[in-house]
Ligand binder design. Structure first.
Ligand SMILES: Cc1cc2nc3c(=O)[nH]c(=O)nc-3n(C[C@H](O)[C@H](O)[C@H](O)COP(=O)(O)OP(=O)(O)OC[C@H]3O[C@@H](n4cnc5c(N)ncnc54)[C@H](O)[C@@H]3O)c2cc1C
Length: 410
């Protein structure tokens, strides 16, 4: 039977109904894999590894469980472009995301320094439009280079498609089962899902190795326990920073939800007029410590109150005036990450997990290299952050390219 590789490392089949690969998870990592492999060609060979002088485009699909792409990268839903997700990059320490995405000439990503952090040598940086712009721009690029459906979406990417099981077939292809009951076959499957969530929601037949299963079920999903709260102040307003808040670390108090706050105001160019400017305070919280755990309005009020209590008397701004201002927010937005069932396995955590450490077992492929694992938690350099999501995607792209004979030639 013809194979899709020229080095006999796998015995995938070339049946036209069998895809070359399926990506599970439409967060940053899954989309970077799609971007890296979209429009690439594969050289097909016969059973004796003879090149048949035959090239065809890679056939792939991406399945995302929820109705939107982005995973842990999401803005507010009112279009204010407030990061309610991963927000910061640290350019001097993050060469991978800088080279692949920020400095990409085709994506057109724009950045600005986190207001109030000008003293910080790690140059804490935000993305104009929110970090979800990485996802939006990659998707736009995929659209221009892919087959587009009648509703103008990319035909290879399907949302609302949770994967519930994967089965290895006798010919070593893999059947991927969606919760709708549909089964799609591929020669390789790339998971770009938090490993803990994978261990809870997807069944593997045959079972994964013990070392892999243990690493996945013992892993923690970075920031999945956090609820982010943004308080919006419309119109002309005083600058929030510098306020003496010890680098944004807000004082923990009895039954007070916030543990960090920053100036989340959107980018405005230095030349722009301040009239009508929107200022935003963004809090990281543990919502279980709010006065009424599931009440968003109460959580927003609690954050404002906690910040007022945390202001020290030697604040550069006049403290009573700024307290009054902080309490009088015009709008608020709350994103409860623990309630996202495809991100978090705990709906009401009482503590934040520590930053993950690199774990080789999370990165290791399974089923003779046909099951591959991306997603930030699997990265061996910067697990947890966006840099890790991109790093893991690049590692998996290389692993798959070595297995298949991938060519960029058109
Ligand atoms: C509040 C918060 C603050 C953060 N702050 C920062 C920061 O300042 N800087 C930084 O670098 N990073 C930060 N992060 C982390 C950053 O957001 C992540 O590192 C990055 O977005 C992870 O991307 P990913 O693709 O690896 O995983 P995810 O974004 O988790 O994507 C996984 C995707 O898989 C989907 N999925 C899950 N199960 C299935 C299934 N069975 N079938 C199909 N699809 C499935 C999910 O719906 C999701 O879309 C923060 C995260 C949060 C939540």
């Amino acid at each position: 039977m013809p194979t899709t590789n020229n080095n006999n490392k796998s015995s995938g089949n070339d049946d036209s109904r069998t895809l070359d690969f399926i990506i599970v998870g439409g967060g940053l990592s899954g989309l970077v894999v799609a971007r890296n492999l979209n429009n690439k060609y594969i050289v097909t060979t016969d059973d004796n590894s003879n090149i048949k002088n035959n090239k065809r485009k890679l056939r792939w699909k991406l399945f995302e469980a929820t109705s939107i792409l982005g995973g842990r990268l999401q803005n507010d839903d009112a279009g204010r472009k407030i990061d309610l997700d991963g927000a910061w990059i640290w350019p001097p320490h993050q060469p991978t995301i800088m080279e692949s995405l920020v400095n990409s000439s085709t994506l057109g990503i724009k950045t600005f320094l986190q207001p109030g952090d000008d003293y910080d040598s790690s140059a804490t940086t935000r993305i104009v439009g929110g970090a979800v712009e990485f996802v939006n721009k990659i998707y736009q690029e995929l659209l221009t280079k892919s087959i587009v459906d009648s509703d103008k979406s990319c035909s290879s990417i399907q949302v609302d498609c949770p994967v519930i099981a994967v089965r290895r077939n006798i010919d070593h292809s893999i059947s991927v089962e969606l919760d709708s009951g549909e089964i799609v076959r591929a020669n390789h499957v790339i998971f770009a899902v938090p490993p803990k969530i994978l261990s809870c929601n997807v069944s593997f037949h045959p079972k994964l190795s013990n070392v892999k299963s243990d690493a996945m079920s013992n892993s923690q999903t970075w920031m999945a326990g956090v609820t982010k709260v943004a308080l919006v102040y419309r119109g002309a307003s005083p600058q929030f920073w510098p306020l003496i808040l010890r680098g944004g670390l807000i004082s923990p108090r009895f039954r007070s939800p916030a543990f960090q706050v920053y100036d989340g105001s959107p980018f405005s160019s230095p030349s722009s007029d301040d009239t009508g400017k929107t200022s935003i305070l963004t809090f990281f919280t543990l919502a279980s410590l709010s006065n009424q755990t599931n009440n968003d309005a109460m959580l927003a009020k609690d954050c404002a109150e906690q910040m007022c209590q945390s202001l020290s008397s030697d604040s550069i701004l006049e403290t009573s005036e700024i307290r009054k201002f902080i309490r009088s927010f015009d709008e608020f937005y709350v994103k409860r990450w623990p309630q996202e069932r495809y991100i978090s396995n705990e709906t009401d955590p009482t503590e934040i997990s520590p930053h993950p450490q690199p774990k080789k077992a999370l990165a290791k492929s399974e089923w003779d290299g046909t099951l591959l694992f991306a997603g930030t938690e699997t990265d061996l350099h910067s697990p947890g952050v966006m840099e890790g999501a991109v790093g893991a995607a690049i590692r998996v792209t290389k692993e798959l390219s070595e297995r298949l004979s991938i060519s960029t030639e058109q």
